[in-house]
Design a binder for this molecule. Structure first.
Ligand code: ADP
Length: 439
């Protein structure tokens, strides 16, 4: 086993990685921006180095600084976490070249999956259905109009290199297509340095379902159940659960079969997620996220595994601890993201606990939440015997959680969990807008 690892991220995910490393007996080196000097990950790591000012472009995205810190401190691996450089193939290549292990799949695999157009084609080859739409980049408005006509309005224009729910435009009638293609392409170019866009049929109120995968890099693939992430605000996930209340055994089997084919053919290494949209009895491949995801804890709870430990093991040449194939799941797990509406000083913090209650966060009393990064401050995760039990447990835990000093979305989360529609399990990605109609 390696002895030292560089954590190339901040906040909650950095804390999570450090905890996993401690369990594995691996020393950790943290990096931070000058705005993050008091962040919990800095306090928990064995060593910590400031790599630049607050803007992430000058700190957490500074590839040279990250590699320099890693090498000069004797790190044998680099964990990119989520966001930032976690799906940057060029950086993955630089890390591997430097002699450190990259905690993620091979750079060529990231590259292929990062291009959503190419990923769609590869998924189709593995026997997975994709949303009706352009089978490649849309070259011009004329071609776009033909594709949109064929799949039927509404359609959604997406950036080939997009992510985080950004760069998507819904078009409801043909008169609006040409203009939206131009805008979407310009936005994609500005945000992702790639103006390539493609078109998909826009499904009304689908479910978002994804599978958690772990691959050993040699073709063996374990599936750690599915997650349902249909509770979304502006295409951003808010509540995630495992299993999904809207997937039949037959659909799960078909999803898993295609996913295993795909990941096995890629000789996928480490943790990854394959995302689908589900509409009625049909499911459609959407994309692969070639990294660990924020919502990984619900999969850990129902499968009894530590995904970060496993990820580190398989990406540093250790044997995969999990059997290949579809793992059995036990009980029900739900996660609520605790997002801050405002930055500010945490004057007081009371954290819930008890059987099957987990609070993953970087908050502590006296810490000041800074405005420069992601608004997510914590994840509250519970594990119950069944869905009803898990919902009840999460509501109790949310009631117990007390964060003084910043405004968070906990009241909103309680309203969602208490709503009859959420509790029925029968809902899609439109749930949030239904409960909180835009004013
Ligand atoms: P990103 O990578 O930016 O997160 P995704 O492709 O994963 O983007 O899509 C994010 C969300 O956008 C989905 O979970 C879903 O709610 C919505 N979405 C994406 N494609 C479609 C589609 N074809 N029809 C309906 N909703 C969609």
């Amino acid at each position: 086993m390696i002895k030292k690892l560089l954590v190339a991220n901040r906040g909650e995910i950095a804390v999570r990685i450090i905890r996993a490393c401690r369990e594995l007996g691996i020393k950790t080196v943290a990096v931070y921006s000058s705005a993050d000097k008091d962040c919990l990950h800095v306090k928990l790591a064995d060593e910590a180095f400031c790599i630049g000012p607050a803007p992430s472009a000058k700190s957490y995205l500074n590839r040279t600084a990250l590699i320099t810190v890693g090498l000069s401190t004797g790190c044998e691996a680099l964990h990119p976490g989520v966001g930032f450089l976690s799906e940057n193939a060029e950086f993955a290549r630089e890390v591997e070249k430097s002699g450190m292990h990259w905690i993620g799949p091979d750079a060529s695999v990231i590259e292929m999956l990062g291009d959503k157009v190419q990923a769609r084609a590869t998924a189709q080859k593995s026997g997975l259905p994709v949303t009706p739409g352009s089978d490649g980049a849309v070259k011009n408005a004329e071609e776009g109009a033909k594709i949109a006509e064929k799949c039927g309005y509404p359609v959604i224009i997406k950036a080939a290199s997009g992510g985080g729910g950004k760069g998507m435009r819904i078009v409801r009638k043909k008169e609006d297509l040409a203009e939206n293609l131009t805008i979407a392409s310009a936005e994609a170019l500005a945000n992702f340095a790639d103006g390539t866009v493609y078109i998909e049929k826009y499904l009304v109120d689908p479910r978002h379902v994804e599978l958690q995968i772990l691959g050993n890099g040699k073709g063996a693939v374990a599936v750690l159940g599915e997650r349902d992430c249909s509770v979304q605000k502006n295409h951003q996930k808010l509540i995630e659960e495992s299993p999904s209340p809207g997937v039949s055994d037959k659909m799960r089997e078909n999803m898993c079969r295609g996913a295993v084919n795909l990941f096995s053919s890629l000789k996928y290494r480490g943790a990854g997620t394959i995302e689908f949209l589900v509409s009625g009895d049909n499911f459609y491949f959407m994309e692969v996220n070639a990294r660990i995801q924020v919502e990984h804890p619900v999969s850990e709870m129902v499968t009894g595994t530590d995904l970060i430990c496993e990820q580190i093991r398989v990406c540093t040449g250790e044997k995969m601890n999990l059997p290949s194939g579809i793992l059995p799941v036990k009980g029900w797990s739900i996660e609520a993201r605790i997002n801050a509406f405002t930055p500010g000083l945490i004057k007081n913090l009371r954290v819930p606990g008890g059987n099957g209650v987990r609070f993953d966060s970087f908050l502590y009393q006296g810490y000041t939440v800074v405005p420069f990064y992601d608004s997510m401050t914590a994840k509250l995760i519970v594990h119950g015997q069944n869905r009803k039990h898990a919902v009840q447990k999460l509501l109790c835990a949310l009631d117990e959680l007390y964060i003084e000093g910043i405004k968070t979305n906990t009241d909103e989360q309680k309203l969602i969990l208490n709503s009859p529609k959420f509790q029925s399990g029968n809902f899609g990605t439109g749930l949030y807008a239904e409960l909180f109609p835009p004013k």
